[in-house]
Design a protein around this ligand. Sequence first.
Ligand SMILES: *Cc1c(COP(=O)(O)O)cnc(C)c1O
Length: 384
Amino acid sequence: MAEEISEKLPFISYGRQSIDQDDVDAVSRVLFSDWLTTGPKVTEFEEKIAAFVGARFGVAVNSGTAALHAAMYALGIGPGDEVIVPAMTFAATANAVVYQGGRPVFVDVEAETLLISSADVERLISARTKAIVAVDYAGQPCDYEALRAIADLHGLALVADGCHSLGASENGNPVGTLADMTVFSFHPVKHITTGEGGMIVSDNEEFAAKMQRFRNHGISTDHFKRQKEGTWHYEMVELGFNYRISDILCALGISQLQKLPGWLARRRAIAERYDLEFQDHTAVTPLSVRSGVEHAYHLYVVQLAKGVSREKVFRDMRQAGIGVNVHYVPVHMHPFYRNNFGTAPGLCPVAEEAYERVLSLPMHQGLSDDDVQRVTRALWEALK
Ligand SMILES: *Cc1c(COP(=O)(O)O)cnc(C)c1O
């Protein structure tokens, strides 16, 4: 009987895009225009995201992963270099270091926030360390003040993986201004989407120029030279990739960006409802939010008390049509890293323990108050 009922209720996914007719129209206009790719919508999207987050430059690419790769390239990461990366993230954060031949050094996270532990970062710095990549897990900015101090003291670059935190801020300073480079993703589960897409924002002109070449095979577009040597002339000055994003996708991104402030407000309102629901319970503890932080709530993550079977809660909620999820398998636990970098359980104990207890509840702007109530009811039911 219970199953019959749950089948009639729509499935509530943990994250989901919102697309309206304005988005469709914006994409259609580009389809009938002269530029499907490498045209004006790419530049417009870059400028609008950069302006939104308060950065000077934006470089759009075709995924958040490509954006991370471009950032590692701009820093000149190569064989022999180490980059400090938190264990509690999506694998792409570390993979980007490996693409460049570097070694990701996994750092543990703080138990209450699952954000990179600054104290542990300091312990892991070696003569080979070139950069720190901080991940704004769930949508809350890391302690960039502390990270900046460490980076400056040791002459390291600081990169923010802001794939969860577009629209977040720390003491009034937006994500996008808190590191040397900040990376965003426009995958459908993220705040705004281009289907697939990503961007790096930075105030550093040299980094931006490097990444513009990197996404386009390493080809320089030196207009002065072209004029002198003929308009056909171009030079491939370094090895790059085709990481370009199309105007079709950027038109969608521009249209989505207009709605982002309202969506952020809705995500925060949903988080407040969840917070209220869980405030007097010991079985379910939401992650702590640092003071001075404006959270972007890509995810709403709770930690289940020890002794609660996450497995059962997960299964029961999925059965009830609630798309809970688990973010993330600590990256150093993946076979690829164990086999190629010798990582093993015990390397980042806080992340490993959290992994056993975390649960991501549905969080996106399309959820109604009734949906949120369905989620919490299903959770209490599963905990019985
Ligand atoms: C989504 C995500 C990425 C990768 O973005 P894609 O656009 O899917 O390539 C990288 N890091 C984190 C933390 C993410 O959440």
